[in-house]
Ligand binder design. Structure first.
Ligand SMILES: Nc1ncnc2c1ncn2[C@@H]1O[C@H](COP(=O)(O)OP(=O)(O)OP(=O)(O)O)[C@@H](O)[C@H]1O
Ligand SMILES: [Mg+2]
Length: 269
């Protein structure tokens, strides 16, 4: 793949990167709405649900929202969910609490997790916030049991708020009767969906500017082609916008036109 496009157009860093720095995240009204819901659920020690299409910006919105919590007061326990068993989930949670102990016993894990959470709150003065990204992968077995870990002293101490983020099927999974104890603790639901054309234009300019580009490299028609090809989804737009730059550099063009977007679209899903 042609890497000279970066020099050809004079970018200072790679444009449209996936691991964008937290301070470079575009703070949209949607991200702020997600953040408010997370704050609310954390205040109540309850559960928030964040859903959206693949690549719509869920993990990015989570990262930004969690940055708003002061690290001296809150400890984020970030878990990237797997389709593994409840033991695997507990092991991940315990590890996020800086305890590497492993066991084949659920009772061991729930006891040890509660102990660590109590210590965190009482001794270190930090409030835990559990974040489960990719939660749409969680097995029903995990969704059925997860609420038990949030119960301290007969459910009277809401000490362990949980933010569940994942694709839309997460909502469907929570509607199953077995998941009702968990679903009943959800107090806020946010979603990240396809954005509108003007929001996408703003998003693309933002990514260009964080890569050091001040001028608009895309013609209006190319911006429309990226928007249409992306369906309003950020990751897809990143891939189209970057691919189109490569095609334009190969073409020795000074601007990106729809044909370049078309070439890029033939290489991505
Ligand atoms: N607010 C934003 N500001 C800047 N870039 C963003 C923003 N939101 C998303 N992006 C870009 O879009 C890409 C996809 O976003 P992200 O990985 O957060 O989506 P996702 O919904 O978590 O996807 P998946 O369903 O695959 O987990 C990111 O890598 C980032 O480059
Ligand atoms: Mg994600």
């Amino acid at each position: 793949m042609n890497k000279t496009y970066k020099n050809y157009f004079g970018f200072s860093t790679e444009p449209f990167i996936s691991d964008i720095h937290c301070q470079d995240i575009l703070v949209t009204p949607e991200i702020e709405a997600v953040s408010e819901r997370i704050q609310y659920a954390v205040r109540l020690g309850a559960i928030a649900l964040i859903t959206g299409e693949v690549g719509a910006g869920k993990s990015t919105a989570l990262r930004w929202s969690l940055e708003q919590f002061h690290p001296s007061e809150y400890k984020t326990l970030w878990i990237t969910a797997t389709s593994g068993s409840i033991l695997e989930f507990y092991r991940q949670l315990l590890r996020a609490l800086d305890n590497d102990a492993t066991s084949m016993s659920k009772a061991f894990y729930t006891r040890t997790i509660r102990k660590e959470v109590r210590e965190l709150i009482k001794e270190k003065g930090q409030k835990p916030v559990v974040v489960v990204d990719e939660a749409s992968l969680l097995r029903m077995e995990v969704l059925t049991e997860l609420h038990t870990i949030t119960q301290f002293e007969g459910d009277s101490k809401p000490w362990l708020p949980i933010i569940l983020a994942g694709q839309i099927n997460l909502e469907e999974n929570l509607r199953y009767r077995k998941a009702l104890p968990l679903a009943s603790r959800v107090v806020a639901r946010g979603s990240l969906d396809a954005v509108k054309k003007n929001e996408m234009d703003q998003y693309l300019s933002h990514h260009l500017s964080i890569a050091g580009m001040k001028t608009q490299l895309y013609t209006d028609a190319a911006l429309t082609a990226i928007y249409q090809g992306s369906g309003g989804i950020y990751r897809k737009a990143n891939n189209l916008a970057r691919g189109a730059l490569i095609a334009a550099a190969v073409d020795k063009a000074s601007q990106v036109i729809p044909e370049h977007v078309q070439i890029a679209s033939s290489e991505i899903f």
